[in-house]
Design a protein around this ligand. Structure first.
Ligand SMILES: Nc1ncnc2c1ncn2[C@@H]1O[C@H](COP(=O)(O)OP(=O)(O)OP(=O)(O)O)[C@@H](O)[C@H]1O
Ligand SMILES: [Mg+2]
Ligand SMILES: [Zn+2]
Length: 542
């Protein structure tokens, strides 16, 4: 009869347990030195080795010739436990034996000394399923266990255990198994089973398994049933995973705001029975990788992938601003929640992707504010929407800034890349207000700068609430009633944050200075003055 790989390859010794050294080394040491607890609690997510370690421990404490804390696997006790002839290791599935009577029986039985082994070991799996009565009965025996009795409790849901039980156990937390360890174990099993598994295939399975070796081995099983070399494509097809190429293409669509191609991609994936929930997870991971490459200089330790892929991540991350990546991640987060609520998967996926490709559909407050600011600026400057303008250092900010209408929050750089920019000579702008060209004019882009700072520097954005700014040549002066601002701007980090935000919005390098609040209040226009007063008032009330 065929045995599933994950059953067949359950480790028989601690040394073969992958990715849980903090558990296995401690347990081996305890077995070696004979300093055993009478109750152990193994917790952690599914498929990470809890039951496996419980079985190994039960054998190791009884083994006649343990080897460095591992059971020998050959003595009569080890073999007897394996073939069920030694009855002193008892596995109880609390999911189906959760009543108080089950535990009372256990207590009675525990009074008898073990028949053949040194310890009578009770492995209570899924222990969180016990009833309250059963927990109380268990507590009695945990309080005064006979010296020859050892309990091993295992559960994924430790928070459901009463504290009285917890406090009587030595607890071990099983971690998500790192993908490298999973991939290595997969390669080992594949070698033994003569399965042809490529490195990329192993890494892809490991990513899919999300820390659980049982899931990884099950997927390897499914892939190997195809009888071909297990490549990334095979894994993708077996698991209903989109595959990296699709993810890069989808991200390209989002960057260039190409909703039509994005919807076509979803259609293709859906037709090839790609699981939409999985696609969401994969896309989230993809954008997480873009975020990491954008923020971290040497990201190879944080992203498991080949060198070429890392380069592709790096290239693609250039097409996004950090804010736009965060925006994508938050839309994908909403999508995950919606999928959990059982909405139609394909439609939900299409809606999310459409939202990502069309920032003008975004209704989140920041996107709305950005759009309002943009509209206000257009009205003020009287500029009709035009193609992406060429940014020239010498032109005053408020006249020349007119990005194409749809290219805002998401992926402006990519958009600029993907569409050739018509190099129209800047037309003389007759409607630009006179103030625009004069010295010390109100800096109209300031609200947008503040929006960026809200994401990039929270403390600064807090202090700048209610501020305005003026420009004079290349100097941008901030006018704020907050007395802490001048001090704050002495810290290069903060000054830089403003400079960068200004550069991002206007494309211009500006010098940043602060103006004396009281003097400035008299000079700025009365409406702005009123607005900042209201804002300051709101801030002090809030
Ligand atoms: N850390 C590990 N090292 C090697 N193999 C493992 C590990 N964890 C799980 N496995 C593989 O997965 C199978 C299931 O593991 P196990 O029953 O120990 O998981 P578990 O943590 O008890 O999961 P659950 O919470 O679902 O009961 C094992 O038979 C083994 O093949
Ligand atoms: Mg288990
Ligand atoms: Zn043995």
């Amino acid at each position: 009869m065929y045995r599933a790989l994950y059953r067949k390859w359950r480790p028989a010794v601690f040394s073969d347990v992958a990715g849980q050294p903090h558990v296995t080394e401690t347990l081996m040491h305890e077995v070696e030195t004979g300093k055993l607890s009478h109750a152990y609690l193994f917790t952690g997510s599914r498929g990470t080795g809890k039951t496996t370690c419980a079985k190994i421990l039960a054998k190791a404490v009884n083994c006649l010739h343990p080897v460095g804390g591992n059971p020998c696997g050959e003595c009569e006790i080890c073999r007897g436990i394996d073939d069920g002839s030694v009855l002193d290791v008892i596995e109880i599935d609390a999911a189906s034996n959760n009543g108080v009577d089950n535990i009372r029986d256990l207590r009675e039985e525990a009074n008898f000394t073990p028949a053949r082994a040194k310890y009578r070991v009770y492995i209570i799996d899924e222990v969180h399923m016990l009833s309250i009565g059963a927990f109380n009965a268990l507590l009695k025996i945990l309080e005064e266990p006979p010296s020859y009795v050892l309990f091993i409790l295992a559960t994924t849901e430790v928070h459901k255990l009463p504290p009285t039980i917890l406090s009587r156990c030595q607890r071990f937390d099983f971690h998500h198994i790192p993908p490298e360890s999973i991939a290595a174990r997969l390669q080992y099993v594949a070698e033994q089973e003569k399965i042809d598994l490529t490195d990329e295939g192993a890494v892809m399975i490991a990513r899919y398994a999300d820390g659980a070796l049982r899931d990884a081995l099950s997927l390897l099983d499914r892939c190997s049933a195809r009888g071909e070399t297990i490549t990334e494509e095979v894994v993708g097809a077996c698991a209903g995973i989109a595959g990296k190429e699709y993810l890069f293409r989808m991200a390209d669509c989002i960057a260039s705001q190409n909703a039509a191609d994005a919807l076509r991609l979803i259609g293709e994936l859906h037709a090839s029975s790609c699981n939409m929930e999985r696609l969401c997870v994969e896309l989230t991971e993809h954008f997480r990788n873009l975020m990491v490459t954008k923020v971290v200089r040497d990201p190879q330790n944080l992203i498991i992938c080949s060198k070429e892929d890392l380069r592709s991540y790096h290239d693609q991350s250039e097409c996004f601003t950090l804010e736009s990546i965060l925006h994508v991640l938050s839309v994908l987060g909403d999508m995950t929640a919606n999928l959990k609520r059982g909405l139609d998967r394909k439609i939900e996926t299409e809606m999310a992707v459409l939202r990502l490709c069309t920032p003008s559909l975004s209704t989140d407050p920041d996107a709305m504010l950005r759009r309002i600011a943009e509209l206000e600026r257009r009205i003020e400057t009287g500029i009709v929407p035009a193609a992406v303008p060429e940014i020239k250092e010498s032109v005053p900010v408020f006249v020349e800034q007119t990005p194409a209408p749809e290219k805002e929050a998401v992926a402006a750089p990519a958009a600029a890349k993907s569409e050739p920019t018509p190099q129209k000579p800047p037309e003389p702008d007759v409607k630009a207000p006179a103030a625009a060209k004069s010295e010390n004019a109100l800096y109209k882009l300031w609200p947008e700068v503040l929006l960026i700072l809200k994401e990039t520097s929270k403390p600064l954005s807090g202090i700048l609430v209610g501020s305005t700014a003026t420009v004079s040549g290349k100097v941008l002066q901030i006018n704020s009633a907050n007395a802490a601002l001048p001090q704050m701007l002495e810290i290069p980090l903060y000054k830089d944050a403003i400079r960068k935000a200004v550069k991002k919005i206007s494309g211009l390098e500006m010098q940043i200075s602060v103006r004396d609040a009281k003097q400035e209040a008299k000079k700025t226009d009365p409406l702005q003055d009123l607005i900042s007063k209201i804002n300051n008032l709101k801030e002090s009330e809030g």
